[in-house]
Design a protein around this ligand. Sequence first.
Ligand code: SF4
Length: 487
Amino acid sequence: MSRLEDYLETIQPELINTARLFGMEEKLPLFRMEAEEEKDLYRICFRYEDAAAERSVPVPSDPDPRVRELHRKRAARRLCKQACYDLCRKISGIRPPWGSLTGVRPTHLMLEALGEGLTPEAAVARLTEEFDVTPEKAELLARIARVQGELPAPGDGWMDVYIGIPFCTTRCAYCSFSSGEIGSGKLVAPYLGALEREIGAGAEILRESGKRLRALYVGGGTPTALPEEEFRRLLDCLLGAFPDAREYTVEAGRPDTITRDKLRAIRQGGIRRISINPQTMNDRTLQVIGRAHTARQIRDAYALAREEGIPQINMDVIAGLPGEGMAEFSRTMEEAVRLAPESLTVHTLAIKRSSAFGEKQTAFRQGRGEPALLPSGETAAEMVRLGRDTAQGMGMRPYYLYKQKYMAGNLENTGYALPGAECLYNVDIMEETSHILALGAGGISKRIYPEEGHIGRAPNVSNIEAYISRVEEMIRRKRELFLEEKG
Ligand code: SF4
């Protein structure tokens, strides 16, 4: 086997993701690939029936054999994906908005280009030419990079803390998280007991590591799904353990879990930022997606949060929900303007296999039941544009972006915020530039090794009962990750 073939040995999952951009993953096994190394060139050709796409690239060289190997492998794999992309594009006639990019963090490529000293215009040109990203999306990345450049840089001396509350009142039909419905609530007390133990141990890890706390984010699940007394107890515990964060955020996603007492506990704790997430302001859709609350409850929750003096509220909405067209999404955007959040995150629906929608789609493919009535990719793209225009009309700027698999129209999720209302944690988690100490079921702690371009991970188990019984093991994993030197 040649070196080139060697590098491509495990490329198949990436090719599947590439073909999936065009809905062509079932045709992929019929593609024929030729890979050759000739006269200092890597050459790869894909063929399907009469169509063919060929690309070549000079074989990278570097005096350091380790660096040379790394660059050659990267060049070979990139070339292979791009040739496969070209063939899919040729056959289908489709141009995906993000071109051949299949990873979840396209901002990395923009930051990489700017880091090499390219001007924003040249970086946009590189993304459009090399990866076929549309100018609209490449320019969005350039704007995001500019805003991120204004935020306090993370750096090795800082750490973020994530605290997960894996309970929700009901399960959204698109949810693939491990959150359990709160049900009888019998797991709440033992879960909080275990979490408090881990919070105490996490504070020790932070102190022993010598790092400073940057952003603390309480997410889930829905943290405000906890009963009032337990919610206060949790805030007391985490603010006692982590008193000096630059930024605190508490997710209060479902309006039916928000009470005056919980908002007061948030404010009294000095927390300035919460997230109240309608997803849509259409009652029919809210029912279809299993949210068990109404648009009216969203309005009331915003009014209550303002009354209690919460200065920063984030709003999440989703483009591409079942049964929605432009009229429904426009209504949601009009309501967003009226509610005037400080930040707006425009998601695109992603249907994961493990969600209720995913199961419904699978059943339909197997000849059972009805499909979910989803808007077309073009309509979802129109919605995303309207989300952008609405956010910009409110004075917001895009500041973070990520993609997920199975997103409608191969689109993206973008966070917009008023200047100064950007959430540092959201940037850190997406850019993977900050150490993250993640506490609670399902949290994944990350230690960044910037020099080596490596990220060490320590995952907590997702199952709530397993987390409760194995919390000491979860603590040990994190101590090893953050306090032991890499071997
Ligand atoms: S609120 Fe979030 S975590 Fe809870 S069920 Fe819905 S999507 Fe899942």
